[in-house]
Design a protein around this ligand. Sequence first.
Ligand SMILES: CC(C)(COP(=O)(O)OP(=O)(O)OC[C@H]1O[C@@H](n2cnc3c(N)ncnc32)[C@H](O)[C@@H]1OP(=O)(O)O)[C@@H](O)C(=O)NCCC(=O)NCCSC(=O)c1cc(O)c2ccccc2c1O
Length: 272
Amino acid sequence: MDWNTVDTLKFEDILYHQAEGIARITINRPEVHNAFRPETVRELIDAFHHAHHDPGVGVIILTGAGGRAFCSGGDQRVRGEEGYRDGGGTQHLNVLDLQRQIRTLPKPVVAMVAGWCIGGGHVLHLVCDLTIAADNARFGQTGPKVGSFDAGYGAGLLARTIGLKKAKEIWFLCRQYDARAALEMGLVNTVVPLEELEEETLQWCRDMLALSPMALRLIKAGFNADIDGLTGIQELAGNATGLFYQTPEGQEGRNAFLEKRPPDFRRFPRRP
Ligand SMILES: CC(C)(COP(=O)(O)OP(=O)(O)OC[C@H]1O[C@@H](n2cnc3c(N)ncnc32)[C@H](O)[C@@H]1OP(=O)(O)O)[C@@H](O)C(=O)NCCC(=O)NCCSC(=O)c1cc(O)c2ccccc2c1O
């Protein structure tokens, strides 16, 4: 695949590439196993925003640079007493914003995982819709070991994904799990040799790109609706509103208002 950069997107901690309707977002801090600092997360949010709003993008890949790590979570070197310190001294837990963004983004997001997928990095792959793992991938949570925890998606979505007992084991014991174990517990979709990771991930993306974007959008919203509470219902309901706006019935209400006349909905059927 010949990846292209986007001239308007300038990042320090991440890379943004796209080709054939696929956006690839790469955390590029291999010297710390792609741990994220607040600036990394800010850039990821901007990159996902771009991919979300680019009509030429149908599927998004999130990955880590270097082949040795997807992401090792929050950068412990900049962890303060209240969160992770940015260059200006403000402390953040802004990865939570990124998690919600990936959940509500109406396009499939695929985690392409090689090497370490740990802590807040593990939660990032979890909130992605699919995970393609290389055979060198290792998964786990470290929170209780390093004085942290993610009791939101990190706990609840993990339990929904692999079951409550296994999710508690992962958090309560802070063990690490290889790719085969991750596949067995339903934490990842498939495992491939490291050298085939990108090609396999691209094939999954191409397969999704051949399908109806609206159907994928609605099924993603449907999968997330109950888990995400009213935010999930809002996403699903917003899609319903968007579809209704496209109908003559929806447009009659707008037209009547603009034409300063009462709306006439009599010609629209009351379907069983
Ligand atoms: C991932 C490891 C198990 C890998 O071990 P290995 O022995 O292979 O490699 P090294 O340990 O030598 O690492 C190489 C190099 O990278 C540095 N590094 C690795 N991870 C981090 C990190 N997270 N932050 C900073 N630096 C990191 C390491 O120090 C080495 O540098 P040198 O200069 O010494 O060469 C192992 O590295 C490991 O266990 N890493 C830490 C994993 C971790 O605990 N992550 C944080 C979990 S908490 C978290 O992520 C988190 C973030 C949030 O924003 C939250 C927000 C809201 C709620 C919860 C949150 C949360 O829990």
